[in-house]
Design a protein around this ligand. Sequence first.
Ligand code: HEC
Ligand code: HEC
Ligand code: HEC
Ligand code: HEC
Ligand code: HEC
Length: 353
Amino acid sequence: MKYVLIVVLAGIVAFLIAPLLLHEPPAPPTRTGSLEARFPLQTEAFKQPAAEDARWKEKRGHAFSLKDRDESEPSEDPRWQRILAGRPKPRPFPGGCLDCHASDGTVQTPYWEARARLDRPIGCADCHDPQTAVLRLTRPGLTAASTQERRTLVCAQCHREYYLAPGTQFPKGLTVEEIEAYYASIGFRDWEHAETGAAVLLPQHPQFEMHSHGVHARSGVACADCHMPFERQGALRITAHNARSPLLDVERACLPCHRFPPEEMKERVKTIQQRTEALLARAEDALVALIDDIHSARTVPASVLALQTKAQWRITFVAADRSKGFHAPQEAARILAEAIDYARQGQLQLTLQ
Ligand code: HEC
Ligand code: HEC
Ligand code: HEC
Ligand code: HEC
Ligand code: HEC
């Protein structure tokens, strides 16, 4: 009887810990040879182009990080052409672009000079130790306190606001106000607005910053939980390696934590995104109206140009995150409400002068 009990208990324990063991990365057959050769499943997924995004024609995920950079396309939205008036032509690119767009970046020479040496797009070694395959941070300035935090910071290496000076540098702070104050403290501006002469600060993909203000980050959910969910391949559970929109696979990306049908989850995302986009459009209209008023004003006080800079920085920040508010819905709404207020304040000052 006792032995039967022990066997049954041992069976239950084995049953309970089996999934934990399966979560572990599969033991590599050998530690020699490239990660690509040793992990064909991840490699195959990694090479698949992500779904194309109509607004930015060229989105194809990490394996295309170099090719897409050599031939990039600007936005065609007329409102955005007004907002981004005077944006310097992307060519010649500074070499610093390759810090994130090539494997083993960190260069300061002009783009094409550096490009001759750096001929590989983002690859396994940007996120993994080439021997052990353990997740690692390759870009300076970030340290993870836990494995779960590393599953976010590994993305924050590139998916956050930066400036080139001329190598890649990161501003201090995670909120629009903190980063704005940092740029003011070092006298940094991206360019001067061609129509009004206002300073322009253009944020680039602040996904890490926006995500940090959301309920998911607060609940310990990492970028990889949604963008690189587990998937089953025979007996193995592997991490999805084709960086793309989680909406293309809500079942794996969201349902491990949310008990709603996939359609309902998509509906919730859509509601957040539609609200954000509606507010964004109103903020863009307010900003373009301010630019028009500056045009027709006889004198333009510096304080009005400063309000344009503030409104513009906030609008482009929310747009550049590209989750359309999903990463942090309340933060996105807060930022856009302030942007509308700054733009209207600017118009009011011009009327009252
Ligand atoms: C700090 C890392 C980093 C640096 C440095 C960097 N990029 Fe990127 N870039 C990214 C990431 C991450 C994405 C994809 C995320 C996104 O588009 O939202 C991206 C996407 C792009 C895109 C496509 C989408 C878009 O936003 O227009 C273009 C074009 C681009 N980069 C151009 C450049 C150029 C030109 C430079 C050099 C001036 C540069 N990048 C430097 C990280 C970086
Ligand atoms: C942008 C970062 C990134 C790149 C690039 C990347 N991986 Fe991963 N990889 C991850 C993350 C995140 C995990 C999940 C790790 C964890 O949960 O601890 C992972 C997990 C793995 C694992 C563990 C098993 C599994 O599937 O969970 C292997 C093996 C692996 N990757 C191989 C590769 C190979 C081979 C390449 C190149 C073709 C590659 N990775 C490129 C981020 C990356
Ligand atoms: C070494 C820099 C780097 C790292 C690290 C990195 N990314 Fe990227 N990511 C990029 C660049 C550059 C692009 C744009 C590729 C292109 O289309 O040219 C991109 C594209 C993407 C896209 C596709 C965007 C789209 O519009 O479809 C997603 C999603 C994404 N990354 C998520 C992640 C996640 C999640 C992580 C962490 C596991 C991560 N990235 C780590 C640089 C990086
Ligand atoms: C709770 C899930 C979740 C987390 C956590 C999360 N994202 Fe997202 N992300 C999304 C959703 C949903 C979208 C919107 C996709 C769409 O509209 O198709 C998105 C959009 C994006 C995009 C634009 C991709 C595209 O195809 O347009 C990038 C890049 C991105 N996220 C990177 C990140 C990074 C980097 C982190 C961590 C700092 C992160 N995300 C954290 C769910 C998440
Ligand atoms: C690793 C677990 C995890 C994953 C994966 C995850 N979520 Fe969540 N989600 C949470 C937690 C925890 C909360 C906070 C719940 C609370 O405190 O009420 C949350 C909250 C939300 C909320 C409410 C947001 C708010 O601001 O109040 C929405 C909507 C949501 N998730 C959608 C999604 C979608 C869509 C995906 C897939 C792209 C996803 N989640 C993936 C754990 C997760």
